[in-house]
Design a protein around this ligand. Structure first.
Ligand code: DGI
Length: 433
């Protein structure tokens, strides 16, 4: 592939759309592809199987093998999304010399203010007319449909193209379009063609006739989008509260703990209290990552997103989030991923007892490793707390005191022996809602 490109002197053009829903991205893209079938290819984000990841850019690069222009049809309404496109090209493109790869922005919403009534009215009307509100579900209490809520979300989050800063400064050409007139897309197609003729002069494009424009546009308008077009654009099933690792045999683990305590001959008062008050937990788990961790910093947010949007996305889509029984439940992930853990340290203060563990690895059912770290700084199993007011999350504080501050006051600790017996393998991973 590297060689075949070398033969050609022409440039390759990645056309990136920046818009919100209903601005006519797909209509414009299809019309352009109709006009220049051997030159312009089109890849649509909505038609890519979730999780999309870098598949949009990967697909665009495939198209660029045989055609000089590809349109990446996606809203890209935020800086971070545009940046992602550039980053994905950087990472995936092994064929096209950087100097020969040009980026063109189709700027559908030049300087649109965020609370733009015209934009809202026109795109909303187009989408509702298209019949995308197939579920006329009213979004809770607000009196608007799910489709309308999604359109509104995109408009609210919209960040206009700013050529003075990255990532938008990386566009080689920005074509400003308009969406306010009733047949804006038709005019936009012509604007794009004229710009391509002059900017991509190496391609020697011929300007189509008025008739050809009309024909190409008409068949683009007739296109029936897949059901996904709106509903999926927001991306994803409901996120769980956390992902965890099941300890399938709680009794066996408690026996290991008792054995360890006995081996020292010391009193573990809190553990005794838990046993005598029947507060040792029967369902034990290790939290891998919690939804709330997103809030702590950008890295945690990215990690959470990896879990939810990439690694376990297909699992989450299979879980029936509308089931009334889902809240408060641990649901085994349908693809049956597993984890290996090692018991490290039994820890206790006057409130709780827990085991510090290390997560040795997470695995898909076929044995492939999931290359993600645990989001929890100190993965652990809480064995029990002395009252219902003391929540299991307090184990984190105890472990933080022990591991970060080497606290000893009122604290008991015991190391588990580093042995096979204390390594638990193939434990199921679940989502807790
Ligand atoms: O979500 P987008 O890809 O940005 O928008 P789309 O091309 O799917 O267009 C949304 C709907 O609006 C679709 O039914 C086609 C229609 N449409 C597109 N451009 C125009 C248009 N309708 C009118 N009246 N005028 C246009 O210029």
């Amino acid at each position: 592939r590297l060689l075949s490109f070398g033969d050609s002197q022409i440039c390759k053009y990645a056309v990136v759309t920046v818009a919100t829903i209903g601005c006519g991205k797909t209509t414009t893209s299809l019309a352009l592809a109709n006009l220049f079938p051997n030159i312009i290819g089109h890849i649509q984000n909505d038609n890519i199987r979730r999780p999309v990841g870098n598949k949009l850019v990967a697909g665009a690069l495939e198209i660029l093998i045989n055609r000089p222009i590809v349109i990446l049809d996606k809203n890209d309404h935020k800086f971070i999304e545009r940046k992602q496109i550039f980053d994905d090209f950087d990472q995936l493109n092994e064929v096209i010399p950087t100097s020969k790869l040009k980026f063109i922005c189709l700027n559908f919403l030049r300087n649109r203010p965020q609370e733009d009534k015209d934009l809202w009215n026109i795109t909303r009307e187009r989408i509702l007319e298209r019949g995308d509100n197939h579920q006329t579900i009213k979004a809770a209490g607000k009196g608007i449909t799910k489709a309308e809520k999604i359109i509104q979300g995109f408009i609210k989050r919209f960040q206009p193209v700013d050529p003075g800063r990255e990532p938008d400064s990386k566009f080689d050409l920005i074509i400003n379009l308009d969406v306010t007139s009733p047949d804006s897309s038709y005019a936009n197609v012509k604007t794009v063609v004229d710009n391509l003729i002059s900017f991509a002069s190496d391609l020697n494009l011929t300007r189509p006739t008025e008739e050809q424009f009309q024909e190409a546009f008409k068949s683009a308008l007739d296109y029936k989008p897949s059901v996904n077009k709106i509903v999926h654009s927001k991306g994803g099933p409901r996120a769980p509260a956390y992902f965890g690792i099941v300890i399938p045999n709680a009794e066996e683990l408690q026996n290991k703990v008792v054995k360890l305590i006995h081996s020292t001959g010391l009193d573990w008062k809190t553990y005794e209290t838990l046993k005598n008050t029947d507060r040792l937990l029967n369902d034990l788990h290790v939290t891998i990552i919690h939804y709330k961790s997103r809030k702590t910093n950008g890295e945690s947010r990215a990690l959470w997103n990896m879990y939810v949007k990439q690694v376990f996305f297909d699992d989450l889509t299979k879980i029936d989030e509308n089931s009334p029984k889902i809240k408060g439940c641990s649901i085994p992930l349908p693809s049956s991923p597993t984890a290996d853990i090692k018991l490290e340290k039994l820890c206790s203060n006057d409130k709780l007892v827990c085991i510090k563990v290390s997560v040795l690895g997470l695995y898909h059912a076929d044995g492939r490793e999931i290359h993600l770290t645990a989001g929890n700084k100190f993965p652990h199993v809480t064995l029990g707390t002395i009252s219902s007011e003391i929540k299991s999350v307090e184990s984190n504080n105890l472990l933080n005191d022990i591991c970060e501050f080497h606290a000893t006051n009122g604290i008991q600790c015991l190391d588990f022996e580093d042995s096979e017996e204390n390594t638990l393998k193939g434990l199921p991973i679940f989502a807790y809602y």
